[in-house]
Design a protein around this ligand. Structure first.
Ligand SMILES: [Zn+2]
Length: 485
């Protein structure tokens, strides 16, 4: 390993898979073997974007004080609800802590479900320094200038939509107006990313809008950063050993459902009540950049908060059941997104870095079965790998750990560069086929577009339009402001 030996351990994976427990196990293992590797101890740094907030301990699944076995947990519960805290700030704070720990011969263990943060910690990205928001961290700006300006330029209608994004993506068939308006909002905020999605892809459009809102940054900026990481095959900041804790979704989902029921018995509703009182005392999101608190951001985005606010308004048994059901669905969807981030973003970056050498070892640990199997597949395996890593011995092949590992560590897409995918899969409006400006016909550029141009329906409409044009009437070029550019 050519890097200066500054090791860190990172643990990522979905919610409810046992990451926090493994982190504590690994920290204790370091302490038990302190003589062997020369570490005086280990500390855990939180990488969960909701657990950084004070409050909602049950809802955000913070590991209770009593289960921390005396291992210090840093960057946990230190922000006010509603305060924004973005990836750049977390990376800076974490680097500072890691450096301090290394000076004290303490091993940093970074654990959390926000793999996006972990990825930016592992790989320095050039663009992150160019982003205006990052240079302003010291004076408290947490939303990128580009995003702030785009929000300011929104029409009242679109601003209102941004503040009240639907919980679930509307169906383009049932509510085409809403679907199209969401796409318009995305094109107003981030024209580059909006070209990637058809206005009927309401789930993708909503997800992009949520990302913008959650991160305070433009999704296209994030994609560009991701690409710089992949394209450069960038070198990691530290000697990093990563564990990806994985459980089969069908099994995990049952566990996640049971956990929601557990949370309710542990006082989830009173937590939501308390937080809602704080929110009602605070100013609402008024699009003013000086407004320090936004009750639609920060911890208020935790899964379960919105859902149970609905119940507190109604206080009926039906509303309670509905809140539980919604929270379970949202949690499953979140777990799915977490896996897809790791497979589609983190793995390509790791593969790119490892083309020469296994400099960023990443191991999938199969946490599907609990009990003895967990001890064997997760805990003991992680101990052995960590020992080899800290002892600077040869590490095992990640693909040989299990069948699940060899299947899931394969790259999903050949084109791993996100910016390339964004550019290659741009959609354009077919003006000939578009008969209603607010229902544009959008086709993916490249082969789909070529095929489309040859279709009978397109040729017929094109001929018709030419005919109209010759007759001196207007054609449909006025729709091009939707997404074609
Ligand atoms: Zn057409």
């Amino acid at each position: 390993m050519a890097l200066p030996y500054r090791p860190i351990i990172t643990i990522c994976g979905t919610t409810g898979v046992g990451k926090s427990k493994l982190a504590i196990d690994l920290a204790q293992h370091v302490v038990r073997n302190c003589r062997r590797f020369g570490w005086r101890g280990a500390k855990i740094i939180n990488a969960d974007s909701m657990q950084i907030y004070r409050g909602l301990d049950v809802l955000t699944n913070k590991i209770p004080e009593g289960e921390r076995a005396g291992v210090p947990h840093l960057l946990m519960g230190f922000k006010q609800p509603g305060e924004q805290y973005v990836v750049g700030e977390w990376v800076q704070d974490t680097i500072k802590l890691i450096n301090e720990m290394h000076e004290n011969q303490e091993l940093p263990i970074i654990v959390g479900g926000t793999s996006y943060w972990i990825q930016h910690l592992i790989f320095p990205s050039q663009l992150i320094h160019k982003d205006p928001s990052m240079s302003k961290i010291s004076d408290g700006a947490v939303v990128s200038e580009m995003f702030k300006n785009a929000v300011h330029a929104l029409s009242p209608d679109l601003l209102n939509l941004l503040q009240n994004l639907p919980r679930e993506a509307p169906s383009a068939k049932i509510d085409p107006d809403k679907a199209f308006q969401m796409h318009q909002l995305l094109s107003a905020l981030d024209p580059i990313i909006s070209q990637r999605w058809h206005w009927k892809d309401t789930r993708k459009v909503l997800r992009s809008l949520e990302i913008a809102k959650e991160t305070g940054r433009l999704p296209s900026t994030i994609v560009a950063e991701q690409s710089s990481v992949v394209a450069e095959g960038s070198k990691p900041r530290y000697s990093t050993l990563t564990f990806w804790l994985y459980a089969e979704p069908t099994i995990l989902n049952e566990r996640l459902d049971a956990r929601v029921d557990d949370m309710i018995s542990q006082g989830l509703i009173s937590e939501v009540k308390k937080l809602r009182e704080i929110a009602s005392d605070q100013k609402c999101f008024d699009s003013s950049p000086s407004s320090p608190v936004d009750y639609t951001l920060g911890i208020y985005q935790s899964i379960g908060y919105k859902e149970f606010c609905g119940y507190l308004d109604a206080l009926s048994e039906t509303a309670f059941k509905e809140a539980c059901e919604r929270m379970k669905i949202s949690t499953r969807q979140y777990a799915k997104r977490q896996i897809s981030w790791i497979r589609n973003k983190l793995l390509p970056a790791v593969h790119a870095a490892n083309t020469q050498d296994n400099i960023v070892p990443l191991y999938l640990l199969d946490a599907t079965t609990l009990g003895d199997a967990w001890v064997q597949n997760v805990q003991k395996t992680a101990f052995d790998i960590q020992d080899a890593f800290l002892g600077r011995q040869e590490l095992p092949d990640p693909n040989l750990l299990s069948m699940t590992a060899s299947n899931l560590l394969k790259l999903v897409h050949k084109d791993v560069n996100p910016a390339f995918v964004l550019k290659a899969r741009k959609r354009r409006v077919c003006t000939a086929c578009t008969t209603q400006a607010n229902r544009p016909v959008m086709i993916e550029e490249g082969s789909e577009w070529d095929i489309h141009l040859k279709t009978r329906s397109h040729r017929r409409l094109e001929a018709k339009n030419l005919h109209i044009l010759h007759d001196g009437q207007t054609n449909m070029s006025n729709v091009s402001d939707t997404a074609s550019s």
